[in-house]
Design a protein around this ligand. Structure first.
Ligand SMILES: Cc1cc2nc3c(=O)[nH]c(=O)nc-3n(C[C@H](O)[C@H](O)[C@H](O)COP(=O)(O)OP(=O)(O)OC[C@H]3O[C@@H](n4cnc5c(N)ncnc54)[C@H](O)[C@@H]3O)c2cc1C
Length: 372
């Protein structure tokens, strides 16, 4: 196919993750030649995770977090297809899923993130909510909070998973619930905060203690009921709100694509192209960068966008390929519930209000580009 081919090639974007949102924004200014663009997404709006703890703490309104994918798709000259992909038939060149008819593709890019649900844990589906996808968590939190404020429920919260995101959310909820004498626990089957610098870890644990959040390490939850959890050691723990931040699970349907995967994540090269199919790109958390593996973090999803744009352009015969080399380390800004934040880079923790203002400014700038 060349650029003078009158029949446009079909580029299908699966998922409105951070990379695709930025890609659409950039495509509005620099469209691809002779290419029809479709975005498959379960929701016309995608929430920006970086601001989630601030929303939970009560510092932002729900709509402050929304990226308007419908608007971005239209601006990019594309169309939004409501639905959820669950099939990529590469032999037939077709994408299938719930909510839409099978779609033909010439090129496809996948940016569907991860899920943090725990399907093997009895009672999880009925009585807990995952931090991702974020929309359901934001809604359930708001409903639950109203009941707590009305005195209809006791503010007993359990966070499953004591990584940085779990701790950040626990601090945000603790701050929001201060007036209600909450009981907050954060439970992990391993050690809390294993992937952050030693000093930052100590600081975060002391902030949890300051808010009265109990940290239960090496504790295996075996089942969840409506108002309590069961642990492997026989303990039961009361909870009227359980949020799961434990897993970084890829979506199961990727196994059926026949693409080469690393623990379920799509293996890509330095051009963000699937190792096993030159028509397929994958970005953000659902991709595994074989040339430079990195932890799952939004910072990489964001930085990939201009490279994805250049390489889609190259794949459609319009420019040079660009190799993406992710940075080794990045500034982790962790909000601490109140309007303060902690920074961790090169093992050096800093904290204060000015870091919250810095984070707030970075997030506002990120969101502003979609609204301009
Ligand atoms: C509480 C919390 C705080 C965080 N804070 C930070 C931070 O400060 N800095 C940082 O770098 N990272 C942070 N992260 C991690 C960051 O959120 C992720 O790395 C980032 O969101 C990944 O972006 P993505 O492009 O992979 O897609 P995502 O943002 O995960 O979005 C995926 C999109 O795909 C859609 N989708 C899912 N399945 C399908 C399907 N089958 N078909 C079609 N569409 C689908 C979803 O609706 C969603 O809109 C945080 C995570 C959490 C949970």
């Amino acid at each position: 196919m060349n650029r003078y081919d009158p029949k446009p090639r079909e580029l299908v974007l699966i998922g409105g993750g951070h990379t695709h949102a930025l890609l659409l924004h950039q495509l509005a200014q620099a469209p691809l030649q002779n290419t029809a663009i479709s975005l498959i997404t379960p929701s016309p709006k995608a929430p920006y995770t970086g601001m989630l703890p601030g929303f939970i703490a009560g510092h932002y309104a729900r709509e402050d977090l929304d990226i308007d994918l419908e608007h971005l798709s239209t601006q990019a000259g594309g169309r939004l297809v409501p639905g959820k992909a669950d099939r990529l038939d590469r032999a037939a060149g077709v994408i299938g899923g719930a909510g839409f008819d099978d779609m033909r593709f010439d090129l496809v890019s996948v940016d569907i993130g991860i899920t943090s649900d725990l399907p093997a844990l009895p009672g999880y589906a009925e009585h807990a909510v995952s931090a991702k996808p974020l929309g359901a968590y934001a809604r359930r939190w708001q409903d639950w909070l109203t009941k707590v404020e009305d005195g209809a429920l006791r503010p007993d919260v359990v966070v499953l998973g004591a990584g940085v995101a779990g701790v950040e959310l626990a601090l945000a909820m603790a701050f929001r619930l201060q007036a209600h004498a909450p009981v907050l626990r954060i439970i992990d089957r391993g050690r809390a905060l294993p992937n952050i610098g030693h000093f930052a870890r100590r600081r975060l644990l002391s902030h949890l203690a300051r808010f009265g959040v109990e940290v239960l390490e090496h504790t295996q939850v075996t089942a969840i009921d409506a108002d309590h959890l069961h642990c492997a050691d026989g303990r039961t723990i009361g909870a009227s709100f359980v949020v799961g931040v434990a897993g970084t699970r890829p979506q199961d349907w990727l196994n059926g694509t026949g693409l080469e995967l690393e623990n379920g994540f799509i293996k890509v090269d330095h051009h963000l192209r699937a190792l096993s199919d030159q028509r397929v790109f994958a970005v953000g958390d659902c991709a595994h960068m074989t040339h430079a593996p990195r932890p799952k973090a939004g910072v990489f999803a964001v930085r990939q966008a201009p490279f994805l744009l250049a390489n889609l352009r190259a794949a459609t015969g319009g420019g040079a390929w660009r190799a993406y080399q992710p940075q080794r380390d990045y500034l982790k800004l962790v909000s601490l519930g109140d309007k303060t934040a902690l920074a961790d880079k090169w093992g050096l923790p800093l904290e204060g209000r000015w870091l919250w203002r810095l984070k707030d400014g970075i997030d506002a700038k990120f969101m502003q580009q979609f609204r301009g």
